[in-house]
Structures are given as structure tokens and as C-alpha cells.
Design a protein around this ligand. Structure first.
Ligand code: OAD
Length: 258
């Protein structure tokens, strides 16, 4: 782990806050999966998809205009995901549950790397890449459909109504799942420390959670190699990749001397 004096100080301060914390929680974004090899949302995509802006593919309008294109984009992301693994940052966060049994992770990520690393309490604000639903919500919102084939170049039809299937993720201009956003609000209202990891803080309502937690009394620890929209409200900023910073923080927490 990079040992700049600022980061060492940040790690020490974060460990001191966590050592006295009774109810910490975490909010994660694309940065936590970066070291597993998934480009962050706002980074240029690679390969075939480099010519597309993901913010223009991840909308209901794009799906309506060109369902095949959007379906293929998500099928390609699914294939990429099948080949990658959680990184030490995901595993360190899973270990937080041993130390703090009520520890929850609120994630904006649609990958399943937190769960694959062993985290149990994961609140998914933006859905799950591996799941599908009926695009017409014909039996209620959502209408989950169990389809896991990867070969289809066209979205298969919903077995109930024939509308094309779509990934069960939240797109731009769509509402977040009400249960999850309400749970996330409750967690942030009762957390005494919120770790905010690998998010640019540019997409609401997730981006509003750290400020809400801070207003309710939580101390904010940000882990992000860059300055983000969250940095100005963070009490502690660790400017390092989460795959290094989180295991280092866990080691500090587990050591007897601070
Ligand atoms: P972004 O791509 O906006 O931001 C990723 C953040 O991770 C940036 O601030 C990077 O500096 C930081 N980062 C990069 N590498 C890192 C590392 N190794 N460790 C820690 N941090 C690192 O991703 P999100 O904030 O997650 O929503 O984006 C939020 C939402 O915008 C996404 O969930 C997606 C998108 O629209 C939907 O699809 C609805």
C-alpha cells in the first residue's frame, strides 16, 4: 500500500473512528470493483463498446429505440463479469461483518462481487446485472424472469406477455427500488461511521446519502484515489485504491496498538 504520510494519517484516523464505532456502514461505487478489472462507470469502455457512451446505453429510451444493442451491451458486461473475481477490498469489507455483525454495504454496483467475497448484508440500489425482468412489468414492478442464457443476441420474450426481457438494473431516468432506498436511508440515519468507497458522488439519490448520514451525526471516511463530490464533506479522506486501503485499514483495526 502506498505509504504517503497523508494516507498513513488517514488510515490511522479512520481506524481510530472505527475502533470506537458501534454502528458503521459502507456505501460503495464502481471504484471498489476497479481492481477486479471492471472499468468504472465514467471511464472509457474497452473493445467493441468503446464507441458508445454507457450513460447513453443505460436508459429506458435507448432500450426502446434499440433493444438488441442495449441487450448485447449487457450480455457483454455479463460475460466480462463471469471472468473476474472479487479483490482484496471486497474481502476486507466482508470481514467487517465479523467485527460488526450489523455492518451493511449499500452499493451502487450491479456486479455481485461483494456477495461473492462473502458479504451478507448488501443493499443494491441499482439492481443486479445477472438478473432479468419483463420490460413491461406485466405482473408488477419488477416482474423477475429466470433467464440465464448468454447466447441470445436479441432480448428473449417475456413468457407471460411477450415483451422483451431486460436486465434488472436501474437505468438513468428510472426510480430506485423503494425498499432498498428506504433501507439505505435508515442505515445512514443510524450509522455512526459511514465508509464511502469508490464513488464519484455524481448520481443521486445515492450521492445524497453521505450528507444525510453526516447530518444525522455520522463521521464520513472516504476511500478514493481522486477527489470526488464527497470529499468536501468527508472527515477523513484516504487517497488510495480501495483494494489496498481496506485491507490496510482492517489490519490496523485488528492490531492491538494504535
Ligand atoms: P463512477 O465511475 O462515477 O466513479 C468511480 C469512482 O471510483 C471515481 O471517483 C474514481 O476516482 C474512483 N476509483 C477509481 N479507482 C478506484 C479504486 N481502485 N479504489 C477506490 N476508488 C476508485 O462510479 P459510481 O460513483 O459508482 O448508475 O457511479 C454511480 C452510478 O453512476 C453508477 O452506479 C451508475 C452510473 O450512472 C446506474 O447505472 C444507475
Amino acid at each position: 500500500m502506498e505509504t504517503s504520510p497523508t494516507n498513513q494519517r488517514g488510515l490511522q484516523d479512520a481506524a481510530a473512528l472505527l475502533r470506537h464505532s458501534a454502528a458503521p456502514a459502507a456505501l460503495t461505487g464502481a471504484g471498489v470493483s476497479r481492481e477486479s478489472g471492471i472499468p468504472t462507470f465514467r471511464e472509457a469502455q474497452t473493445g467493441l463498446w468503446a464507441q458508445y457512451d454507457p450513460t447513453e446505453l443505460a436508459t429506458p429510451e435507448a432500450f426502446h429505440r434499440n433493444p438488441e444493442l442495449v441487450w448485447q451491451f449487457y450480455q457483454s458486461r455479463r460475460a466480462d463479469l463471469a471472468a473476474i473475481q472479487p479483490n482484496p477490498g471486497h474481502y476486507a469489507l466482508a470481514a467487517f461483518e465479523t467485527r460488526y455483525p450489523d455492518f451493511s454495504i449499500i452499493t451502487q454496483n450491479v456486479d455481485d462481487l461483494h456477495e461473492r467475497a462473502g458479504s451478507k448484508n448488501v443493499i443494491r440500489l441499482h439492481g443486479r446485472l445477472s438478473a432479468n425482468k419483463c420490460s413491461a412489468d406485466c405482473k408488477g414492478n419488477p416482474t423477475p424472469i429466470d433467464y440465464t442464457g448468454i447466447e441470445s443476441l436479441k432480448p428473449p420474450p417475456c413468457p407471460h406477455c411477450g415483451a422483451p426481457l431486460r436486465p434488472d438494473v436501474v437505468w438513468f431516468n428510472e426510480m430506485l427500488p423503494p425498499r432498498e432506498i428506504s433501507l439505505a436511508g435508515e442505515i445512514c440515519a443510524s450509522a455512526d461511521v459511514l465508509l464511502v468507497i469508490g464513488t464519484s458522488g455524481m448520481v443521486s439519490p445515492a450521492s445524497l446519502l453521505p450528507a444525510a448520514a453526516r447530518s444525522a451525526g455520522a463521521m464520513i471516511i472516504e476511500i478514493n484515489p481522486q477527489i470526488s463530490e464527497i470529499s468536501r464533506i468527508a472527515h477523513v479522506h484516504i487517497a488510495a485504491p480501495s483494494g489496498q486501503a481496506l485491507p490496510a485499514l482492517l489490519r490496523l483495526l485488528e492490531s492491538t496498538s494504535l
